[in-house]
Write a protein that binds this ligand. Structure first.
Ligand code: CTP
Length: 399
């Protein structure tokens, strides 16, 4: 039994086929077992030989070829793969997979695999932007397939626009990330996890609103961590610039009230609820239907209290494990402890928002996880995905 991690690379036909060689080479240098399946069209651009030499494995091109000594059949490859990469991915292979067509080695293997499948599309801009292709991509994303966006630039056909295969280094990075996540223990299978992320907005008039600096990163990483550990995840997100993660039900909201309603709609059905959103505590008292005109004097706005969503959840808690965040600029632990009691939480994740290299907008965070039974876990500064992992470890009493 081979213990090496295995990446199966499906190469479909396009001018970018040769770039897949760089990807194979980089993965081999990381001691990853690389298996290659080429479509017939791909072999018209580059022969299987360099793929075979670099991967040090036979390249599979024909579903009906006699299995050789090393036993390559689509089912065994589908099982062997820890991550499945399709690069370059043509409109054709994307369309086939999106529509359940399995008529060659690559499409049958993708259909049979349980591994994470990542597509790195490369094609002419007009093809890429074609509504049918975009609909197929969206359909696959909703089903949990991942995509690495193509780059923009001058394409082989002479057109300029989006459609160049993403940089091999970027593709390798995404594959490595997926490989690491593929080895996560699936300890949240069967659990419904509800997460809130990002800011909420409160409108002043038709053109103005107030909000806060939250980017939503922490909540999105929590959602991805839960998904990769096997949970059914619902993410209620305020306005952010982040892409909706695949395999997660995302409910987009804008105001405190909308977030409250979306969370309450899903509360009874949830096992673990984590509120990482930066919810506005106040809303404008008198919303103006018309744009407020400037005047010579001062402009005074009056705000009134809005829902404390987490407190509502705490007051109505039944079986759920309820986790809050505490954004503090002073007396971090003391203030966070008060919030555990006030909002009837099981855990709170406290962070000091005055630090410039962690917290809001940063990729890193330095937090303390406090539990209602008085346990305090001080974590070093680490990236937010890692923080997400530690939070679930703590909730599941693994630390
Ligand atoms: N929260 C919420 N609704 C609010 C405010 C906060 O659900 N109106 C949640 C946040 O998502 C977070 C936790 O409550 O999980 C703590 O948020 P934080 O902003 O730190 O605290 P506040 O409750 O607003 O308290 P304070 O303003 O005193 O710091």
């Amino acid at each position: 039994m081979d213990t090496k991690k295995c990446v199966c690379i499906g190469v479909s036909g396009g001018i970018a086929v040769y770039k897949a060689l760089d990807i194979i080479s980089a993965l081999r240098k990381k001691d990853i077992d690389v298996r290659v399946i080429m479509t017939e069209a791909a072999t018209k651009f580059v022969t299987p030989l360099p793929f075979q030499s670099l991967s040090q494995n036979m390249v599979v091109t024909d579903m009906f070829a006699e299995p050789k000594a090393f036993e390559i059949q689509h089912i065994s490859l589908a099982k062997r793969a820890d991550v499945f990469l399709v690069a370059p991915a043509t409109a054709n292979i994307i369309g086939k997979v999106a529509n359940g067509i399995a008529d060659d080695m690559l499409s049958t293997t993708i259909m049979a695999t349980k591994a994470k499948v990542i597509f790195a599309p490369a094609m002419n801009t007009n093809m890429y932007e074609n509504k049918i292709v975009q609909e197929n991509i969206q359909k696959l994303k909703n089903l949990g397939y991942e995509f690495i966006e193509p780059d923009s630039g001058l394409l082989a056909c002479g057109d300029e626009g989006k459609g160049k295969l993403a940089k091999p280094s970027e593709i390798v990075e995404k594959v490595m990330e997926a490989l690491n996540n593929s080895s996560l223990e699936k300890d949240l299978i069967g659990k419904n996890v509800l997460i809130s992320a990002g800011p909420t907005n409160s409108s002043i008039d038709p053109v103005r609103f107030i909000t806060n600096r939250s980017t939503g990163k922490m909540g999105y990483f929590l959602a991805e961590e839960a998904r990769d550990r096997g949970a059914n995840v619902t993410l209620v997100s305020g306005p952010t610039n982040l892409n909706p993660p695949s395999g997660i039900k995302v409910i987009n909201v804008v105001t405190n009230e909308e977030m409250k309603n979306a969370i309450l709609d899903n509360y009874d059905n949830s096992d673990i609820v984590i509120k990482s959103a930066a919810v506005a505590d106040y809303k404008i008292k008198n919303y103006s239907n018309k744009k407020i005109k400037k005047d010579d004097g001062e402009l005074v706005l009056t705000f009134v209290r809005d829902n404390d969503i987490l407190k509502i959840l705490g007051d109505n808690k039944k079986h759920q494990i309820l986790v809050g965040f505490a954004a503090e600029s002073n007396d971090v632990v003391e203030n966070a402890k008060k919030k555990i009691v006030k909002k009837n939480l099981d855990f709170i994740v406290a962070n000091d928002i005055t630090s410039s290299d962690t917290g809001f907008a940063s990729d890193d965070n330095k937090v303390i996880i406090l539990s209602k039974d008085g346990k305090e876990i001080y974590l070093d500064k680490m990236n937010k995905r890692k923080v997400a992992s530690k939070i679930f470890d703590t909730i599941l009493r693994k630390r």
